[in-house]
Design a binder for this molecule. Sequence first.
Ligand code: NAP
Length: 339
Amino acid sequence: MSPIPPQPTNLSAFLDSPNQPLRIAPSPLPTPGENDIIIRNHAVAINTIDPAQAAGFNVKKYPTVLGHDLAGEVFAVGSQVTRFRKGDRVIGHAWQFLTGEAADGAFSLYSRVPARNAAVLPEGISYADGVVLPLALDTAAAGFYQETHLNLELPTIDAKPASRGEVVVVYGGSSSVGAAAIQLAFNAGYRALATSSPRNFDLCRNCGASEVFDYKSSTIAEDIARAVGSDKFVGLYNAIGVPESFDVVLPVMEKLGGGIVANTKPPGKLPENVSARFVLGVGESSFPLWEGFVTEGLASGKLKCLPNAKVVGKGLGSLQAAFETRDGPVSAEKIVVEL
Ligand SMILES: NC(=O)c1ccc[n+]([C@@H]2O[C@H](COP(=O)([O-])OP(=O)(O)OC[C@H]3O[C@@H](n4cnc5c(N)ncnc54)[C@H](OP(=O)(O)O)[C@@H]3O)[C@@H](O)[C@H]2O)c1
């Protein structure tokens, strides 16, 4: 009989109660459900939701392990998983926000992820670069692909730019979610218009925006309406998670008429010709995107790892300081910790 290979040791950054420093300690090695994969994480990203959860938001039980974005190597696959093998390099979105289970948090050496919420990361793209995408893609996808939201078409690697005669507006194009939304719209043949600060216009254009507008301009509503022109307007993604964003978005939408999907709760009172839906950036609506476009998009260069990763530390012990970085404003970058 061959000896049983030794199991690796897992380590996690535990949150024991709200606003407590993370405690790094050994933890059980997660086991996969039949449709899950276990990933040995090599990079994780920090999102605004992480410090919010560290303060107690949507934590179902303690101690817990937080974290959404991860990149690493597949360690184990569930019995029904056919898209991945042990050793594959992947990016994925961990689901602790939905399940409340510590094994489903990204801030561990080993985490569990639904296989349909992951994709192979091509050789040549580092884990630190790849990890900027998962939560951003999922949030953009939740706004774009649900029938109850904008119900747009999925991207393909051979879509012709602006071939549909239809326009999507992305408010907050230099945010992680906004950059993902521009890329998804562009690669599905929509013409993408975006807003950002002028210093980030090139980032938005690099994602595929045909025109970019300064959201502080007093003529933004007229300028965007003019840019939409006679093409069909199919909706606006408000990627900015502060209520003040609607001070700019609503005058734009009053001119265009149609649907908003938003990362923050829309105001109760809307212009008559406008509807709005809140987006929850985790769930099944992004599965077709992960199974279809993500790997080929990355390999072909059509899906770019933007905004750029800013690596602020190495090891689970660096997460606490990384959280504090994420408490302040971030412009056109994603905070990443390598493991
Ligand atoms: N509902 C969900 O499920 C969900 C999921 C993910 C994120 N979110 C929320 O969505 C927002 C975006 O997340 P993210 O990680 O993509 O953000 P991020 O990358 O941190 O966004 C930073 C960008 O936001 C822009 N910005 C900041 N304040 C602004 C304002 N008042 N008006 C317009 N633009 C502003 C800045 O643009 P410039 O530097 O170009 O000025 C900056 O580049 C966050 O608030 C986050 O909490 C919600």
